[in-house]
Design a binder for this molecule. Structure first.
Ligand code: SAH
Length: 260
């Protein structure tokens, strides 16, 4: 007979960084957790909602960096739940947007643990809101596409010329996560289906006090990123919704280069 599982696991989206963007549900889950497993893109300020008795474990996992292996994180979660802990897995943005939340829910399910998931505001959304840009302004876009710029090991990654064609034909705003280290390839691929003058914004640390951004055109994406020293975590946004912002930048007497 299977031992009943006494603990619980909730995957909680901590949002893009601004701790005031947490949902009420996230705050409640954090407050009732006995163990918190925290990703490195989570702003530590959200931990002020945690119980003083809770055990807090930082399990950073950044593409390309040395970090806690996913299998170890899964094991930690499962062991704690079996021991009767109320585990909150805190993830940056939304747990189901490139956060490996799907894999974690599957792995928990395999051992008989049903995880709850609490949405968070994804960084792509916060990045454009921070610039005052509507992702789906109906004069410029009829959809949004969330893409990863980081191919899985052994996989080819996105076919950027096809993505560009789709975005061009269907007037879609493109949000690229984890794209900074491959900006040259992304630019070259997208230029095969989108005009060189397509508007682009790169937003680093969206919604945080140290948010910075640059507004440019597709043919200057890679150079701009380097010239401005923008690095991970960044969202690369591409599409006509950004054109008004570019016009503002071009006409503005004050350089809008990197807004605080
Ligand atoms: N689940 C997260 C995404 C995790 S993937 C979400 O919904 O936002 C990690 C990538 O997210 C980073 O490489 C970066 O591209 C993006 N990202 C996360 N937080 C960010 C922030 N505050 N500003 C800009 N990009 C961010």
């Amino acid at each position: 007979m299977k031992t009943p599982i006494k603990g619980s696991c909730t995957l909680v989206g901590a949002g893009p960084g601004d701790p005031e963007l947490l949902t009420l549900k996230a705050v409640k889950a954090i407050a009732s957790a006995t163990v918190l497993l925290v990703d490195d893109l989570v702003n530590d300020a959200v931990l002020e909602h945690a119980s003083p008795n809770a055990r807090i474990v930082h399990v950073g996992k950044r593409g390309g960096c040395k970090s806690t292996p996913q299998a170890f994180i899964d094991k930690l979660m499962i062991t704690a739940v079996i021991e009767g802990e109320h585990v909150v897995r805190l993830k940056g943005g939304d747990p189901f947007i490139f956060g490996r939340g799907g894999e974690e829910v599957e792995n928990l399910h395999k051992v008989g643990i049903d995880a709850d998931v609490v949405n968070g505001i994804t960084s792509g959304q916060a990045a454009l809101t921070g610039l005052g840009v509507s992702l789906t302004h109906r004069d410029h876009a009829q959809g949004v596409l969330f893409m990863t710029g980081h191919a899985q090991p052994g996989a080819q990654g996105p076919d950027w010329p096809s993505v560009a064609q789709l975005c061009h034909q269907q007037r879609i705003t493109l949000l690229i996560y984890m794209g900074t280290s491959r900006s040259a390839q992304i630019q070259a691929g997208l230029l095969q289906g989108l005009p060189a003058q397509t508007s682009v914004a790169v937003v680093q640390n969206a919604s945080r006090h140290d948010q910075r951004h640059a507004v440019t055109t597709l043919d200057a994406l890679h150079d701009t990123l380097h010239a401005e020293g923008l690095s991970s975590p960044c969202i690369i946004a591409v599409g006509d919704v950004l054109t008004a912002l570019r016009a503002l930048k071009d006409n503005s007497p004050i350089p809008m280069r990197c807004a605080a």
